[in-house]
Design a binder for this molecule. Structure first.
Ligand code: NDP
Length: 373
């Protein structure tokens, strides 16, 4: 009976209304236009195998700030309800899912028929339709000169903040705003803003340089990031948690240390790639074979940046206390994802760097967490 009732409520709310489609269309159109016209640092991507380099305009922070300002003004004027996302979360989720399926089918069809030989657009076809649709066919497909991979990851990260802000508005409206909600909101907002401050670092990450654009990446960017990373916020709307002062302090420490490790490691690698002579922690860098950094965070563990990210993920869930595993979905998922990713990256690096990688393994034996893994 209860199940019937729940499904009776759940299923209709999964059917996208025209309003949720409008929200998505407005969002994508805004991002496409803002990405093209707003000023921003133009960054050259990594050198591709054919010697070409893509260019990325890193104006995400400005685009996000402007969008939040526009939405804030519209909410004030009563044109848009700040609760539109919080009230239509499931509908938006299913509309986004349908979009992901459609766009990746289009990517499959256009990718297969491409005769382009460049590294970015050359089709990689395995003859297994599901494999090609899932992993993608082209490395950097474009639509109206927009780099879709960069576009989707940006949409996902901004979407996460917008969902959170709507959840925040909902908790203010229904009088359930708590310390836990405030902590969760602050940590996530800082993480997302920091992402856009350092958007150029994204251009040298694994997703951008190595993964082809298929359902896995599009779904991950557009649906998984915004809708599952915000589970803690949705959960806090319906659950009250009393936090002690020591718990709040410990939670803040996990966030700050996680941030330092995450940002510090990614920054060191990025700077090293730009100029391998730049000092690391005030000392000349230890370099293996002229190509791999083996000091700073990269001398502590081979994927110290993953450790920082995991601590941050944990800090987003700790405000929810420990009464339920549901808010821990994100750190648990991230642990599995990053271990899988780290394994795949190691295989790639071993093939790419050969004996240099073997030497690096000897110098830095730990994968993510020293003395544990
Ligand atoms: P990394 O930033 O770890 O990049 C791996 C690449 O860096 C390797 O393929 C290699 O590329 C290069 N590299 C590895 N070791 C060294 C070294 N010692 N010196 C110099 N270069 C090295 O991977 P990701 O792109 O996977 O992650 C970037 C960030 O994004 C991470 O902090 C991660 O936590 C985060 N992330 C977050 C996710 C989330 O859902 N929250 C999901 C995925 C990632 P090359 O061939 O260019 O040398």
């Amino acid at each position: 009976m209860l199940l019937d009732m729940d499904l009776g409520v759940l299923l209709p709310s999964l059917i996208p209304s025209s309003q949720s489609v409008y929200v998505l269309v407005f969002y994508f159109v805004y991002l496409a236009v803002a990405g093209e016209i707003l000023p921003g640092k133009v960054i050259r991507g990594v050198l591709l195998s054919d010697g070409s380099q893509l260019r990325y305009r890193c104006n995400g922070l400005l685009a996000l700030t402007l969008l939040v300002a526009i939405l804030g003004i519209c909410a004030k004027l009563g044109i848009v309800s700040p609760l539109v996302v919080a009230d239509r979360g499931l509908e938006l989720l299913s509309a986004t899912f349908i979009f992901c399926v459609l766009v990746t089918l289009a990517l499959y069809v256009t990718g297969r028929s491409s005769s382009d030989k460049s590294s970015s657009l050359k089709p990689h076809v395995s003859e297994n339709l599901v494999h090609d649709w899932w992993f993608g066919i082209q490395l950097n497909p474009q639509f109206m000169s927009i780099d879709l991979k960069f576009f989707f990851v940006r949409a996902g990260m901004m979407g996460w903040l917008l969902i959170n802000l709507s959840i925040l508005a909902k908790s203010v409206q229904d009088g359930s705003l708590s310390q836990s909600m405030i902590l969760y909101q602050i940590f996530c907002a800082l993480y997302i803003l920091d992402y856009f401050v350092h958007e150029e670092y994204m251009t040298s990450t694994w997703d951008i340089i190595a993964e082809r654009l298929g359902f896995m990446l599009v779904f991950g960017d557009l649906l998984w990031i915004p809708f599952t990373f915000s589970i803690q916020g949705w959960w806090l709307l319906h659950n009250k948690v009393e936090l002690t002062v020591p718990a709040i302090v410990a939670n803040c420490l996990v966030f700050v240390i996680g941030y330092m490790v995450f940002r510090g490691a990614n920054k060191q690698k990025h700077i090293f790639k730009k100029n391998p002579k730049t000092p690391i922690w005030g000392k000349p860098p230890v370099v293996v074979g002229g190509k791999l950094l083996a000091s700073g965070y990269w001398g502590i563990a081979r994927h110290c940046n993953y450790l920082g990210d995991l601590m941050l993920a944990l800090s987003f869930s700790l405000p929810c206390g420990i009464s339920s595993p549901v808010p821990y979905f994100y750190p648990i998922y991230l642990l599995i994802l990053l271990i899988w990713r780290e394994r795949r990256d190691e295989v790639r690096c071993a093939e790419k760097y050969k004996e240099i990688w073997a030497e690096y393994l000897r110098l830095v034996p730990w994968r993510i967490l020293p003395y544990v893994y």
